[in-house]
Design a protein around this ligand. Structure first.
Ligand SMILES: Nc1ncnc2c1ncn2[C@@H]1O[C@H](COP(=O)(O)OP(=O)(O)OP(=O)(O)O)[C@@H](O)[C@H]1O
Length: 372
């Protein structure tokens, strides 16, 4: 990281952290193919603030690649505007675009390195194109190699590197022109989990140290959870949900968001409960199924013990998990409350007074247990 500290003048940020660096307004993309038209993006609006890591998640075909490629105009949007650092990318001439793209680095799933060039020469390539002197090229590449931890590989060829090392070369090359934005197109999808972790760690460090804004697309919720500040969820060319990741993880609204979160943490009832008839209103002699969500300080509160102590009820924990994002703990418990309806009602009020999210899943008759 010392490269950035010695060269802070090389990363000049026109925009302060927290102000909008990328703004997509009403982006449409229609592809014309032999089999007809494909409406890949359907009115995308997106704001990425300077200094943040913004993740876009979606299943295959959702439109993620098309979206990220509109940011540097590798794809020309059919309609809408793409503003990067105050400049409307969609309106630029080819010459202006070439210059503007220096502000926008990109890395790819399959690295896209030049196989006939060494590691050093791959990273040097954009600098040579930009007309840097031999001395400046040498100086910059040496520093970039150090930044990505590949100083000892400078004379190797891509075929002699592991996937993670290749992606490090890709990152160094993308940073060569001192961009303000780094676009990551499924940058870890071809890597094993351990290597993925180390690349995400590197991206996180680069974001922190160089204050580089990062936009990444992925189909893996774990990637979003590990490094993103904000996330947008895409389906069928639309953004169906977006927000800070803690909000999205603790209060997912759309079914597909719940599905993505479900791939790394369970948010659902245990299977055998799914087959029980649930009532929205209390039945005589029924038990209440409740989902409790805890965030931050509330995660440490002994809420269950408090309920049992204060009210004449039994509480069984059916399912629970705890996790943390950016050092904030959060968790979910699915509990079953049994007792008089009055005691259950008061226990419910008690949870609501304690800044604990509580969602009534339903009431289940005691007899239902026998039927399952
Ligand atoms: N060059 C193209 N010509 C025609 N159709 C395309 C083209 N590129 C993408 N599409 C179509 O646009 C839609 C969105 O594709 P896109 O690659 O953006 O999705 P994605 O979410 O990135 O999917 P994946 O994760 O599989 O890459 C898909 O239906 C795809 O088939």
């Amino acid at each position: 990281m010392c490269w950035s500290l010695r060269c802070e003048e090389t990363f000049l940020f026109a925009r302060k952290e927290g102000t909008s660096l990328i703004s997509l307004n009403g982006i449409e993309k229609i592809y014309h193919s032999q089999s007809g038209q494909i409406h890949a993006l359907r009115g995308i609006n997106l704001e990425v603030k300077a200094g943040e890591i913004f993740g876009v998640i979606g299943k295959s075909g959702a439109g993620k690649s098309t979206l990220i490629r509109c940011i540097n105009r590798l794809e020309q949007p059919t309609a809408g505007t793409v503003i990067v650092d105050g400049q409307d990318i969609t309106k630029l001439t080819e010459n202006e675009l070439r210059e503007s793209r220096k502000k926008i680095g990109m890395i790819f799933q399959h690295f896209n390195l030049l196989s006939s060039r060494t590691v050093f020469d791959n990273i040097a390539f954009p600098l040579e194109l930009a007309g840097y002197t031999k001395h400046d090229v040498e100086d910059t590449v040496v520093r970039l190699l150090k930044l990505v931890g590949l100083s000892d590989k400078r004379e190797q060829y891509p075929s002699q590197l592991s996937g993670g090392q290749k992606q490090r070369v890709g990152i160094a090359r993308a940073l060569a022109n001192r961009p303000k934005v780094l676009l990551c197109d499924e940058a870890t999808s071809a890597l094993d989990p351990q290597t993925t972790k180390s690349i995400l760690e590197l991206l996180k460090n680069i974001n922190r140290e160089l204050k580089l804004t990062i936009v990444l697309i992925t189909h893996e919720m774990q990637v979003i959870k590990e490094i993103c500040d904000q996330v947008a969820v895409m389906e069928n060319g639309l953004i169906i949900e977006q927000g800070p990741i803690l909000d999205i993880f603790t209060q997912p609204q759309a079914a597909i968001t719940r599905e993505f979160i479900g791939t790394i943490m369970n948010h659902d009832l245990p299977d055998h409960f799914k087959h029980m008839p649930l009532s929205r209103t209390p039945l005589p002699d029924s038990k209440l199924l409740l989902r409790l969500s805890f965030i931050g300080d509330a995660a440490g509160e002994p809420i269950i013990a408090g309920m049992i102590r204060r009210f004449d009820i039994d509480v069984s924990i059916l399912y629970g998990n705890m996790d943390h994002i950016k050092n904030v703990s959060f968790g979910t418990l699915i509990v079953e409350l049994s007792g008089s309806q009055d005691a259950i009602h008061r226990a419910l009020e008690y949870t609501r007074a304690h800044e604990v999210g509580s969602e009534v899943i339903g009431y289940v008759s005691r007899h239902a247990y026998a039927a399952v």
